[in-house]
Design a protein around this ligand. Structure first.
Ligand SMILES: NC(=O)c1ccc[n+]([C@@H]2O[C@H](COP(=O)([O-])OP(=O)(O)OC[C@H]3O[C@@H](n4cnc5c(N)ncnc54)[C@H](OP(=O)(O)O)[C@@H]3O)[C@@H](O)[C@H]2O)c1
Length: 240
């Protein structure tokens, strides 16, 4: 079978782990060239068609300069999947101002800056842009106020862009997964339950992303994906 993405150029953020890594692997397997972004791509499997661009998307001071360089490298872009992100959960008073800013900077503002930088190339090529939202973009949750604020904001941004960019033939999608078994939970006090049906796999979410990236004709506006059974398991507190 002929690869679906042969000779197409994609950008994937969060390419070092979880959903972004699974998207990268699928696109490379489909014959695409992928530029991957994360802070540390040393564990990404080497591949001829994979270019590494290490940068901290949460560092908004350096981001404009990094994005100017990225724009030159990605002048001929057919699609982008913005998968980088991280969670922090707790009651609002447990957050310092710095922690609030950091969560919003990475999960919302950096995505807006990055999209602004990629838009000219994506519009020129009638490209595809996929955001990874969350179930936290659909409903508020206790101890999730700041993360939900970022993801609700991202969803409004994606929905608005979807309308704004249609005239240029560009397709914008947001995918909202429930819990996915990835490193996302490494620093958190909870994780999905142990049963296989308590969490999505990164591959399942990546399949939805790749479907949206390959869409012709209509637009995949939004996809909500959930594990069959939602079970949240508390992790034991770290030993002193
Ligand atoms: N896992 C879930 O249950 C779940 C559910 C709904 C939505 N999501 C969303 O899905 C997306 C991907 O998460 P995941 O589950 O795949 O988690 P993951 O395995 O922890 O992957 C997160 C990715 O983001 C990158 N990243 C984190 N901070 C970054 C920074 N400051 N600058 C650049 N890259 C950064 C990480 O790379 P480096 O650490 O190398 O920088 C990594 O590649 C996130 O937007 C998350 O909010 C996850």
């Amino acid at each position: 079978m002929r690869p679906a993405f042969s000779k197409k150029n994609f950008l994937v953020t969060g390419a070092s782990s979880g959903i972004g890594r699974a998207v990268t692997q699928s696109l490379l397997a489909g014959g695409a060239k992928v530029t991957g972004i994360a802070r540390d791509l040393s564990r990404a499997a080497p591949a001829d068609n994979f270019r590494r661009r290490e940068m901290d998307l949460g560092d908004l001071k350096k981001l404009p300069q990094n994005l100017t360089a990225l724009q030159k490298q990605c002048a001929d872009l057919d699609g982008a999947a913005l998968c980088a992100g991280a969670g922090r959960f707790g009651s609002l008073e447990e957050f310092s101002h710095g922690q609030i800013s950091a969560l919003l900077d990475l999960n919302l503002t950096s995505q807006i800056y990055l999209t602004r930088a990629l838009l000219p190339a994506l519009k020129r090529n009638r490209g595809r842009l996929v955001f990874i939202g969350s179930e936290a973009a659909l409903a508020g949750a206790p101890r999730g106020a700041v993360y939900c604020a970022a993801k609700f904001g991202l969803r409004g941004f994606a929905q608005s862009l979807r309308l704004e960019c249609a005239a240029a033939g560009m397709r914008v999608t947001i995918i909202n997964p429930g819990m996915v078994r990835t490193r996302f939970f490494d620093g958190l006090s909870f994780e999905p339950g142990q049963d296989a049906d308590n969490a999505l796999t990164a591959g399942e979410v990546a399949a939805a992303v790749v479907h949206a990236l390959g869409m012709d004709g209509g637009v995949v506006d939004e996809i909500n994906l959930s594990p069959l059974k939602k079970v949240v398991a508390r992790k034991p507190p770290p030993s002193p």
